[in-house]
Structures are given as structure tokens and as C-alpha cells.
Write a protein that binds this ligand. Structure first.
Ligand code: FES
Length: 103
């Protein structure tokens, strides 16, 4: 696999599949969701509840909440401190998000 937006090409055996807003993507299992999204060219993770302005992370240390995404129907997941797992369904969080669930 080519490095793409990464510093070096990842080991293909470490790659897992996930989706972001329905788009199939690949990342390194165990890296942060934020790192996987950046490596796939995603810069906007959420929009603010009142202004609708885009956010894509700020502190990357679990302190600011600018990286919140919806994961498998659960809103307010901190992308910078949550490990990527195979099959995750990750979505942009708009405002405070909505509980989706897997039914
Ligand atoms: S970027 Fe600040 S909590 Fe994730």
C-alpha cells in the first residue's frame, strides 16, 4: 500500500477497513480514529451546535472535544483518543449528534 498522506507506507497486514459517512476507507488497526481520518484526507470531524462551523480536532490529547465523531451510532466519541477497529462505522457529528444505534 502506498504511503499516501502518511509519512511512510503502512504494513498491509495491519490495515483494517472502516467507513466514514458511508465512504469505505482503510486505516491501521489501533491507531487513533483521528490519525486514520487524516490519512484518508478527512479534515472535518464535526460541526458546532450553534454556529455550524467545522471542526477537525485541536488538542489531539482528549481535552477539547473538537474531534467528536459518531461511531457505530454513538455520538461524542473523541477521535483523537479512540483506537480504530475493523468495521467501525464513523460519521460526521453535526451539533451534539444523535444516537443512531445498530438496531
Ligand atoms: S482533538 Fe481535542 S479532544 Fe480530540
Amino acid at each position: 500500500m502506498p504511503a499516501g498522506l502518511r509519512i511512510e507506507a503502512p504494513d498491509p497486514e495491519t490495515m483494517v477497513a472502516f467507513s466514514f459517512d458511508g465512504v469505505p476507507m482503510q486505516g491501521i488497526g489501533g491507531e487513533s480514529i483521528a490519525a486514520a481520518l487524516f490519512a484518508n484526507g478527512v479534515r472535518v470531524f464535526r460541526t458546532m451546535p450553534k454556529t455550524g462551523r467545522a471542526r477537525g480536532g485541536f488538542c489531539f490529547a482528549g481535552r477539547c472535544s473538537d474531534c467528536q465523531v459518531i461511531v457505530n451510532g454513538t455520538p461524542a466519541v473523541m477521535a483523537c483518543v479512540t483506537e480504530l477497529e475493523s468495521g467501525m462505522r464513523i460519521e460526521t457529528q453535526r451539533g451534539v449528534g444523535e444516537w443512531g444505534g445498530d438496531d
